[in-house]
Design a protein around this ligand. Structure first.
Ligand SMILES: Cc1ncc(COP(=O)(O)O)c(C=O)c1O
Length: 435
């Protein structure tokens, strides 16, 4: 028995099935956009640990920063005896958050915790309880977060009751016939039929849906939400946990719209693989809860803050925002090029390096193909490529290569994707280059 299958066997007995794995590939080590399994096999990594590694696996600068911090101390609890790196990283994020309004930042540990805290801050600030979220949105797996998440299976079913006073609007997905007009009409209807806007604490939106399938929120929608929030004193929360930290070619995806949110939730790529999350927002709102109302034992751990400061340095030095645009252009051009050979490739979406393609039957948007999508992910794994799916119909392949990926590895990864697709979807033969 190989080591991967041995470990898989042990995993089945020791770990509950509720936490799933895309591939039975057990990681031994990783570097930038490559990963080796316990059997010594190399993979190109287009998953980046679910969008955590925009600066790649074990970036030398991030590794050195963590190692230096390890020599000093690993934990003192910011709430007990604080440390400078927390403040320095907060100052940096306050400066990077869009808009001129002064900002403050609190650090936490997971994305879900950031979302929970953003809701708590918005509720305390407004003294209201209602929250509006979007169908297709994903905000994490804690009870408050699954209440906000707009997908029943597998996130909500059986885990109820959900938090009260949470309402969902349709997220625009033009490919599936949902437009901005639908979303705005639903908002108007919500205020007429279900909740007085004066009872709404927050509207939370992913500027680009992550788990939901990489649909970018149209600028028109974000601007309208901004104005509705301004009119009714509602806190606008941008959940940038997947779309932030350079993935879309801007530090935060909402910058593409010119809208200044009140609060931003941040996690994943902020600390290059060390668990860290944050809420950055307008100082006046962030300061609403009293001392002791926010925090957490490990929140903003010194190792994570050291890593976070190094990540920002790497992003600046290696011009990763520009690189995200290049990667996005490469991937979307190549994917569109494959559509001729593979009618199963539906809409290609890309905002910077947040790139995805829908897999459909007979080229039809209304016939999503989740089985094929699953097969492509597995075939890619066999070929040596780590891929992730997503989407409200589980029929979207998302590409999340590290922004530090060398061109040769990016091209290699795409070729492996093409081979995996050819294996499971057939398609017509590639045109051979002359000579
Ligand atoms: C947009 C968004 N919000 C929140 C979360 C939850 O983050 P975590 O899994 O770190 O709790 C995720 C995770 O995928 C996410 O994509």
């Amino acid at each position: 028995m190989s080591k991967n299958s041995e470990l898989q066997e042990r995993r089945v007995h020791a770990v509950p099935r509720g936490v799933s794995n895309s591939l039975a590939v057990y990681t031994e080590r990783a570097s930038n956009a490559e990963l080796w399994d316990v059997e010594g096999r190399r993979y190109v990594d287009f998953a980046s640990g679910i969008s955590v590694l925009n600066t790649g696996h074990v970036h030398p600068k991030v590794k050195d920063a963590i190692a230096r911090q390890l020599e000093k101390f690993t934990h003192s609890a910011f709430q007990v005896t604080p440390y400078e790196s927390y403040i320095a990283l907060a100052e940096a994020l306050n400066g990077l958050a869009p808009g001129a309004t002064p900002k403050k930042t609190i650090f936490l540990t997971t994305g879900a915790e950031a979302v929970e805290n953003a809701i708590k801050i918005a509720r305390f600030h407004t003294k209201r309880s209602g929250v509006i979220a979007f169908s297709g949105g994903f905000h994490g797996r804690t009870l408050a977060c699954i209440s906000l998440t707009g997908k029943v299976q597998p996130y909500k079913a059986g885990f109820g009751p959900m938090l009260p006073e949470i309402y969902h609007l349709p997220f625009p997905m033009p490919y599936h016939g949902v437009t901005v007009e639908h979303s705005l009409a639903a908002l108007e209807h919500l205020f007429k039929a279900d909740i007085d806007p004066a009872r709404v604490a927050a509207i939370i939106i992913e500027p680009v849906l992550g788990e939901g399938g990489f649909y970018a929120a149209p600028t028109e929608l974000l601007r309208k939400l901004r104005s509705v929030c301004d009119t009714h004193g509602i806190v606008l929360i941008a959940d940038e946990i997947q779309s932030g930290f350079g993935r879309t070619g801007r530090m935060f995806a909402i910058e593409h719209s010119g809208v200044e949110p009140d609060l931003i939730t941040i996690a994943k790529s902020v600390a290059g693989g060390v668990p860290l999350s944050a809420v950055t927002g307008k100082a006046e709102i962030m300061d609403a809860p009293p001392p002791g109302g926010l925090g957490g034992t490990y929140a903003g751990s010194p190792l994570a803050c050291a890593a976070g400061l190094a990540v920002l340095e790497v992003m600046r030095e290696e011009q990763l925002l520009k690189r995200a645009q290049e990667i996005g252009r490469f991937m979307s051009t190549r994917l569109k090029g494959l559509q001729v050979r593979f009618p199963c490739l539906g809409e290609v979406r890309a905002l910077g390096a947040m790139v995805a393609v829908e897999l459909v039957k007979n080229g039809r948007a209304d016939s999503p193909d989740p089985e094929l999508t699953k097969a492509v992910v597995q075939a890619a794994g066999q070929q040596g490529l780590i891929l992730l799916s997503c989407g409200v119909y589980a029929n979207v392949i998302r590409f999340l290569a590290a922004l530090t990926i060398p061109d040769a590895v990016l091209k290699e990864g795409f070729t492996l994707f093409e081979q995996a697709l050819g294996e499971v979807a057939g398609g017509t033969l590639p045109v051979q280059a002359a000579g």
